[in-house]
Design a protein around this ligand. Structure first.
Ligand code: AMP
Length: 547
């Protein structure tokens, strides 16, 4: 027998509509590329998103079309999310830090019909316009009086003039909730990028789960600043989570340096933020150098790569900011797990609590996790055994866009599909997961795994070290041994021997790197993560002194 509840589809348009009705005058504040501050409300955003949706429909956009953005975090990008998704098309957010050739490849693979861009990215658009035949219209996201002219871009229109063609009478269509609404390509360190396509259903369910108190814990009492870009897995869902709860939204635009972030946090009463570890290093350094304190900022989500415990400590102890360590992937919308303490942890000593918070945490309701060996056998949750991390859930991808890479799922004995994350992790008896490596980066020494993340976290807790990466290097006896590559803090001095001695007593002796190399910089990928593939190429001819 079926239940007797309404079949009301879960749609992203309903999130913004809800915010406009119930938190209509709550603000969305954006630092614009021009440097000035723009402010309006959820009600304003909803009205403009509907006009923009209508303008897209009038320009021939149909359900299922892909419409691309090359843009920073700002109100126009937010309008694009809702106009395009709301009408039943798919907002395809592109990472502008990729090489223009790769951007053109992605646009063609997606078959984007329009591409809306911030003025910062005009040179990219000029370079790719002639190579992207599916794009009928290029939309410059700027005021009409700043509209650029370019003979390299056919059909270049102005965002404001385009939007003005739409009507405020536009009503959101009631779509099937499994309709696609967003598309994001993974940065992929090898091969071509692959697209994860989110549905309305997956996006709304993800927003519900992420907003919960023991997840991101977002509320209408918050002022939330997403530092994580809207081109990197939908800024971890914040453009959907904030309207769901009615939080004030503060968009930083292109200015992600410590000073600009600090000023915006203070002037907009920001309570909450989210971003990858590399941006927070800049903010911490600025606040320290200028002996500053935060007025309202009290917590931040850090993820995308492992948050070094030293950074967590600095936020907590020096600035009174709670760090919520989170794990996720483009393919998981992205939130899979977050580390939060429970009532039963209250009595633990501070150090034991800290150890739990350093993990990537427990799964959100909706996400199922397990670790398996290379044959697919499930491994114990003892907090020690390493295994390949598999996940499943309503906001986990089942296949890549256009079926690229075939069926990625692994099937269990009951025929249920699991997504192999490519991460290696432990899970403890309470279900707290800890990532030890990407499976491609893990070091196998004499058949045993060494966690590069642990070695890197320890290295950056040394006062002289700014950045660290550990890679496996060929060794005739052990197959592979760890090499520590570091960037020193400006003006700091430390020797190879001092760094190696720093590991003593903190890890199993055989995990200690065999050597240290000092470099000026470590290569970072388009989402700010260490590019170990590049680093391995850089050290391809390097021979360990122990070899
Ligand atoms: P992306 O799809 O570009 O967001 O990359 C996802 C990958 O980033 C994951 O599979 C992990 O390898 C890594 N990652 C994300 N969050 C964390 C975290 N908190 N700690 C360690 N690695 C992480």
């Amino acid at each position: 027998m079926q239940g007797l509840m309404m079949d009301m589809p879960l749609l992203v348009s309903s999130l913004l509509q809800h915010a406009a009705r119930h938190y209509g005058d709550n603000e969305i504040v954006s630092r614009r590329i021009e440097g000035d501050i723009h402010r309006y409300t959820y009600a304003d955003c909803h009205e403009r998103a509907r006009r923009l949706a209508d303008a897209f429909v009038r320009s021939g956009t149909a359900v299922g079309d892909r419409i691309a953005t090359l843009a920073w975090n700002g109100y126009r990008h937010m309008e694009m999310y809702y106009a395009v998704g709301g009408l039943g098309a798919i907002v395809h957010t592109i990472n502008p830090r990729l090489h223009p050739e790769q951007i053109a490849w992605i646009v063609n693979h997606a078959g984007d019909t329009h591409l809306a861009f911030d003025m910062t990215f005009l040179p990219i658009v000029e370079a790719i316009a002639s190579k992207c035949p599916t794009v009928k219209t290029w939309i410059a996201m700027t005021d009409a009086d700043r509209q650029p002219k370019s003979d390299k871009i056919p059909n270049l229109v102005n965002y404001e003039e385009f939007l003005a063609q739409g009507s405020t009478d536009y009503r959101w269509p009631e779509l099937d909730e499994r309709t696609g609404c967003g598309l994001c390509y993974t940065s992929g360190t090898t091969g071509n990028p692959k697209g994860a396509m989110y549905t309305h259903r997956s996006t709304v369910l993800h927003a519900y789960a992420a907003a919960l108190p023991d997840a991101m814990g977002a509320s209408a009492r918050d002022s939330i600043l997403p530092v994580v870009p809207m081109f990197h897995v939908n800024a971890w869902g914040l453009p959907y989570i904030c309207p769901l709860v009615g939080a004030k939204l503060v968009f930083p635009g292109p200015q992600l340096d410590g000073k600009s972030l600090y000023e915006l946090i203070e002037s907009e009463g920001v309570t909450y933020s989210a971003g990858v570890p590399t941006v927070w290093a800049g903010l911490l350094q600025y606040a320290r150098e200028n002996k500053l304190r935060f007025g309202t900022f009290n917590r931040t989500v850090i993820g995308g790569s492992a948050c070094p415990p030293a950074m967590m400590k600095a936020f907590n102890e020096e600035f009174g900011v709670e760090v919520i360590h989170a794990w996720g992937m483009t393919e998981t919308s992205p939130l899979g797990s977050l580390s939060r303490l429970q009532l039963k942890h209250d009595k633990l000593p501070a150090e034991a609590k800290q150890k739990i918070l350093e993990k990537q945490g427990h799964a959100l309701f909706g996400i199922d996790m397990k670790i398996v060996d290379d044959e697919g056998n499930e491994l114990p949750w003892d907090g020690k055994t390493f295994g390949n991390l598999l996940v499943r859930g309503p906001w986990v991808m089942k296949e890549y866009f256009r079926g690229e890479g075939g069926d990625p799922l692994q099937y269990d004995v009951d025929g249920r599909g699991w997504f192999p994350t490519g991460d290696v992790a432990t899970i403890d008896a309470d279900g707290y997961m800890q990532i030890t490596d990407r499976s491609k980066d893990v070091i196998k020494s004499g058949g045993e795994w060494i966690s590069t993340i642990d070695l890197e976290n320890l290295a950056v807790s040394h006062p002289a070290i700014m950045q660290a990466a550990v890679i496996g290097v060929h060794h005739p006896k052990w197959d592979e041994r760890p090499l520590l590559v570091v960037v020193k803090r400006p003006g700091a001095e430390v020797t190879r021997e001092e760094l190696l001695a720093f590991y003593e007593g903190k890890i199993a002796k055989w995990w200690t790197p065999d050597d240290v190399q000092f470099v000026d910089s470590i290569p970072l990928g388009a989402t700010g993560k260490i590019l170990k593939t590049k680093l391995r190429e850089q050290f391809a001819d390097y021979k360990l002194p122990t070899a």
